[in-house]
Write a protein that binds this ligand. Structure first.
Ligand SMILES: NC(=O)c1ccc[n+]([C@@H]2O[C@H](COP(=O)([O-])OP(=O)(O)OC[C@H]3O[C@@H](n4cnc5c(N)ncnc54)[C@H](O)[C@@H]3O)[C@@H](O)[C@H]2O)c1
Length: 351
């Protein structure tokens, strides 16, 4: 079996490459344009694991056309920041996330490959998610009140209504999903769409607007100041967190059970048991690093932000018997070990 992974030097793409090569014994080819700072540090890791790296850009058809044929294409390339549009990166974001994804569909059609698409919980509209009935608990916001259509204390399901504003990032990913479905229907190749909540783990190059838990831990390690942004500046906003190795185990099942997973859209995340607030993350970071850093409250929300997101993974669990195995403290501990081991490379990527 051969896998092609676009965005294959990024955090998710490179981690999936390593794990799926081990789990499936597959030949793996990773394509990436190294736009994300830190992605270049994955190249020696890919090489060590016998994975072929190709420098290329999903926006450019010729770069994809030069790839060898494969059984499965994992589309992991993206400008993955919700705030990228605000920072003047809107055109790049749409060209990569949408035009690039369409190029991947066309490539899959010609190669006769299945497509596994890494989508995002950000396809769900933020103004609707903000209607969650939340109360303020001691360390986090808690869902207390009636369910919304497609959402409740157990999380947000695939039935959550889609009309509304979702950011350029969310819209580009949803548009790519729609085109993938149509492409696959018209040309008859299998696809699976995974709408992921926060994914984290070793090898993530977290920054303020993407990879928040790694960023939080790194800032503690480096004794650098932080901010609790929005929701009164108390740090009680909640996300679920999925270790990238748990994601890899799910994708291995999807690839080997395409008869079950084909043409499905799944919400994928750590779920309610693996959710936490920033305040709770601070506690974990303090006890791991032994450092306490100043955290300034910034009461006003950031544009398109949401106070609470947890993935309801019932559908994927029912279909594939998958559940995340790694707990939040385990995941943070692994991340901390990785930060210490790769300290110098990490610091050089931040300079
Ligand atoms: N990390 C998360 O929490 C999370 C959550 C939900 C969904 N996702 C999705 O998972 C996928 C991977 O995200 P990630 O966290 O690994 O991000 P990442 O930024 O680490 O990886 C993306 C990779 O794509 C590459 N890339 C960007 N533009 C490209 C282009 N035009 N051509 C080729 N390569 C290009 C970057 O250099 C980078 O290596 C994305 O599709 C993202 O939307 C991630």
């Amino acid at each position: 079996m051969r896998l092609v992974i676009t965005g294959g030097a990024g955090f998710v793409g490179s981690s999936l490459a390593v794990r799926l090569r081990e789990a499936l014994g597959a030949e793996v080819v990773c394509l990436d344009n190294l736009k994300r700072r830190g992605s270049e540090l994955s190249l020696p890791r890919l090489k060590r694991h016998g994975i072929t790296f190709v420098h290329g850009d999903v926006r450019l058809w010729d770069d994809l056309a030069a790839l060898p044929p494969a059984d499965v294409l994992l589309e992991c390339s993206a400008e993955p920041s919700v705030l990228a549009g605000n920072q003047g990166q809107g055109r790049y974001l749409v060209d990569t996330n949408l035009v690039g994804a369409v190029n991947c569909c066309e490539w899959a059609r010609q190669a006769g490959a299945a497509v596994v698409f890494l989508s995002t919980s950000r396809v769900y509209p933020y103004d609707r998610l903000r209607q969650a009935p939340l109360i303020t608990g001691e360390t986090r916001l808690l869902w207390q009140g009636p369910n919304l259509p497609g959402a409740g204390p157990e999380g947000v399901s695939e039935d959550f209504p889609l009309p509304g504003r979702r950011s350029l990032y969310g819209a580009s990913k949803l548009a790519a999903e729609l085109l993938l479905v149509e492409y696959a229907d018209m040309y008859g190749f299998p696809y699976v769409i995974n709408r992921c909540g926060v994914i984290t783990g070793p090898w993530q190059f977290g920054k303020t607007d993407q990879g928040v838990f790694m960023y939080w831990l790194l800032q503690h390690y480096l004794r650098s100041p932080l901010q609790y942004i929005g929701y009164g500046g108390a740090g009680k906003q909640v996300r679920d967190l999925l270790h990238v190795d748990d994601l890899a185990e799910l994708l291995a099942r999807q690839i080997t059970r395409l008869d079950v997973a084909r043409h499905k859209t799944y919400n994928v995340g750590g779920g309610a048991t693996n959710s936490l607030s920033l305040l709770e993350a601070t506690d974990l970071c303090r006890s791991l690093t032994g450092h306490t850093v100043p955290i300034a409250p910034v009461p006003e929300e950031r544009w398109a932000d949401i106070p609470w997101y947890v993935s309801d993974c019932n559908r994927v669990e029912a279909d594939l018997g998958w559940q995340p195995q790694r707990t939040v403290p385990q995941t943070f501990t692994e991340m901390f070990d990785w930060i210490r081991e790769y300290r110098e490379q990490l610091l050089s990527s931040l300079r």
